[in-house]
Design a binder for this molecule. Sequence first.
Ligand SMILES: NC(=O)c1ccc[n+]([C@@H]2O[C@H](COP(=O)([O-])OP(=O)(O)OC[C@H]3O[C@@H](n4cnc5c(N)ncnc54)[C@H](O)[C@@H]3O)[C@@H](O)[C@H]2O)c1
Length: 421
Amino acid sequence: MNRRTFLFLSGGMVAAGAARTAVAANETIVVGIMGTGGRGTQLARAFHGQPGCTVAYVCDPDRSRMEAAASAVERIDQGTYRPKTVTDFRRILDDKGVDALVIAAPDHWHAPATILACKAGKHVYVEKPCSHNPREGELMVLAARKYNRKVQMGNQRRSWPKIREAMQALHEGIIGRVYYSRAWYANRRGSIGRGKLADPPDYLDYELWQGPAPRRPYRTNVIHYNWHWFWHWGTGELGNNGVHAVDLSRWGLGVDYPTHVTSCGGRYRFDDDQETPDTHVVGYDFPGKISISWEGLSCNPYGPDGSMFGASFHGEEGTLVISGTGYKVYDIRNKLIKQEKGPGGDATHIANFLNAIRENEPLNSDIEEGHKSTLLCHLGNIAYRVGRDLRCCPQSGHIQGDKEAASLWDREYEPGWEPTV
Ligand SMILES: NC(=O)c1ccc[n+]([C@@H]2O[C@H](COP(=O)([O-])OP(=O)(O)OC[C@H]3O[C@@H](n4cnc5c(N)ncnc54)[C@H](O)[C@@H]3O)[C@@H](O)[C@H]2O)c1
């Protein structure tokens, strides 16, 4: 038995029934992983690989994925330790020995599960986008504060050292006053085709997969991953990958809520069941003569300069471009004057979350910041869905003077699953 497993089995885990309100500096932090797709499995390995952290549970209504994720964790400790497997994440919340829930289930689960976890006394690492609609984000901030829990969104670039350095340089004026940022994502995704009604596979609890989303019959081209492209469960490319880039833009410019949002685009490349656009351009105006644009190309991988992901910042004295794990700075004549590259990955973001629980280190992506960036994605999607510009309150982002658009601030829930704080 290695040291970590020993600590976990001996002292790291408190007896069931005794709530653990604080974690001492030398104690093991015990986490449960909700959702074991590509992302949840990656996070399970990354959390278990952190010093002083143990994955006690992996959870998924798809039993085949859950067992595979348990095996992936087991391999880290050379077969000496295997996490428990449960299909219902509420069993993790019942376990008083668990300190934190890591949520990598589909988007419609993020907020309802976060709020239930906070109520059960757990800290939460929740994948991006933090919510499925704007109101959920507001409720998550309330829940984190009311139950005094650390809630971090999984926009890991907030913890990458060279991105943090770029942001500091921007804020210190390396390109003068910055008034515009362009965010983009480009990929070469295929068609999701036309789905058929069918019985769910026997290894999947479809009822539990749907959870808070009102019931719909099972279709063959939704699970897994393609739920991203249906408004009922997903948030499109803007909520999927756009949120990473838009978050960089918002962070670099130091803005919160927009006053005006425009959208154009559509499902241009394929004629299939996908509801969300594959080509999407969104513009945001902020108070103080500042704008952001986002360009999403799901079916053509050529973004600015051939890159698939990035955010550029345009100022009075030059330009700063973030792509990959680093950044470049150009003067106002487009001459490259600085170039930096550093490590990426998830480890630093997860370490920050664990240090916040252990030592009260400030979160690099507290839920309030996660909510503001996710809200920009929701607003771009709402403008797309209603087919017109939005006017928003600069203090809260709330949509003004458009009842139809404002009705998309919230969603209907499956009875019994309405989130309340
Ligand atoms: N931060 C990043 O860079 C990053 C990268 C990839 C994905 N993500 C996010 O992670 C989430 C998952 O993405 P994915 O690609 O793994 O999707 P996926 O659809 O492949 O996997 C989601 C998994 O969650 C499971 N699930 C559904 N309901 C559940 C429940 N009640 N309890 C537990 N598990 C449940 C599904 O069965 C599935 O196995 C998404 O929200 C996505 O946006 C973030």
